[in-house]
Design a protein around this ligand. Structure first.
Ligand SMILES: Nc1ncnc2c1ncn2[C@@H]1O[C@H](COP(=O)(O)OP(=O)(O)O)[C@@H](O)[C@H]1O
Ligand SMILES: [Mg+2]
Length: 212
């Protein structure tokens, strides 16, 4: 019998909502309870495209806004063969940011429609579950200073949050909003229950295509 496929679980949310913390904890907890689970993040800075994006985020180079949007998308597409292989082997993937961040950050810029921003990511593996870590920007600010990377400022984060809210209205996607203002352990417990559920459901369903 073929191995049952793993689930594709994505964590999204504004800067300092706790995505990276929760991704790490979720992968450890799943592995500790006998699941096969691995972590990935976007942008994936280790590839050639990823290195270009990393310098862009560190403000070491300038790239035209449309072209950088396409590069962020390409950075996801270049991982797709690996993603599909892992899921088919029964490995659950926990993803720190995905196409939703890509769309939210570009559409927060002037003169970019949400629709245009979504197009390059149409057809990517569709997440079985998208956990949105909801946190007010004032509470995020209380967790520490902004970093020095591009996009790490209040006005931009506010606009990106509005785009996320529009993307969450899409009922063809399995969005779950999690209150990220709770303690790390409490958020973890909630995320874990939702993830266990998504893993069970995913085994019976073929992997979908995003925004198709
Ligand atoms: N639930 C929480 N309550 C308080 N602090 C948190 C919580 N989750 C994360 N943090 C802290 O907030 C900061 C940002 O967390 P991180 O996981 O890096 O967020 P993100 O990846 O969403 O930017 C870290 O210092 C982390 O320890
Ligand atoms: Mg992070």
């Amino acid at each position: 019998m073929a191995a049952q496929r793993g689930a594709l679980i994505v964590l999204e949310g504004v800067d300092r909502a706790g995505k990276s913390t929760q991704c790490r904890k979720l992968v450890s907890a799943l592995c500790a309870t006998g699941h096969r689970a691995e972590l990935l993040r976007f942008p994936e800075r280790s590839t050639e495209i990823g290195k270009l994006l990393s310098s862009y985020l560190e403000k070491k180079n300038e790239l035209e806004d449309h072209s950088v949007h396409l590069l962020f998308s390409a950075n996801r597409w270049e991982q797709v063969p690996w993603i599909k292989e892992k899921l088919n082997q029964g490995v659950t993937l926990v993803v720190d940011r995905y196409a939703f961040s890509g769309v939210a950050f570009t559409s927060a810029k002037e003169n970019f429609s949400l629709d245009w921003c979504k197009q390059p990511d149409v057809g990517l593996p569709k997440p079985d579950l998208i956990l949105f870590l909801q946190l007010q920007l004032v509470d995020a600010a209380a967790r520490g200073e902004f970093g020095h990377e591009r996009y790490e400022n209040g006005i931009f984060q506010e606009r990106a949050l509005q785009c996320f809210q529009q993307l969450m209205r899409d009922t063809t996607l399995n969005w779950k909003v999690v209150d990220a203002s709770k303690s790390i352990e409490d958020v973890h417990k909630e995320i874990r229950v939702l993830s266990e559920d998504a893993i069970l459901t995913a085994t019976h369903r073929p992997l979908g295509e995003l925004w198709k």
